[in-house]
Design a protein around this ligand. Structure first.
Ligand SMILES: Nc1ncnc2c1ncn2[C@@H]1O[C@H](COP(=O)(O)OP(=O)(O)OP(=O)(O)O)[C@@H](O)[C@H]1O
Ligand SMILES: [Mg+2]
Length: 141
């Protein structure tokens, strides 16, 4: 079994809901458990929110991309922005590290993404943008 999708949307807060709804819709065919679907919704929301808030500084004219695919064993998700990029990825991934603590950000987004997936990698170039790639294994019920 193999399937792929790609979608793009403007960097507006309301499109976080669009992204996670589309993600769940794409995966319906896999008949996943509700808990797994909720974890996927959560990690998509975290990555897309980061792209909007950090990558683009909430500039609603910019585009965020979500690519997903699955095979028999795992689901792969990619959230891409062409925004500001991350200077030090290792530091950004540390729990409680945030460049926006003053704005009530906990610095837990990457930690949540790591906990709810089996594999996470961040590719980023300052001034060029960021790609967050995640893989999650699943089991057929
Ligand atoms: N797409 C991105 N573009 C630029 N910087 C990013 C991006 N994603 C994350 N960052 C940087 O990594 C830091 C850590 O991200 P993380 O999601 O863990 O925490 P946060 O977004 O600051 O807080 P929270 O997710 O808990 O609201 C951010 O504060 C930001 O500096
Ligand atoms: Mg975050």
């Amino acid at each position: 079994m193999h399937n792929e999708m790609k979608t793009s949307f403007l960097a507006k807060p309301e499109n976080v809901i669009y992204a996670r709804t589309i993600a769940v819709g794409f995966l319906l065919n896999l008949n996943l458990e509700m808990g797994v679907l909720n974890e996927i919704k959560t990690v998509i929301s975290e990555a897309v929110t980061n792209a909007i808030v950090h990558g683009y500084g909430s500039d609603p004219s910019e585009w965020v991309h979500l690519n997903m695919k699955y095979d028999d064993e795992a689901i792969e998700m990619e959230v891409i922005d062409h925004g500001i990029g991350i200077e030090d990825v290792e530091k950004a991934k540390e729990p409680l590290y945030s460049t926006k603590v003053d704005e009530e950000r906990a610095g837990l987004g990457f930690t949540i993404m790591e906990v709810f997936t089996d594999w996470l990698d961040v590719f980023s170039t300052p001034g060029m943008g960021t790609t967050v790639k995640m893989k999650k294994k699943y089991y057929v019920r």
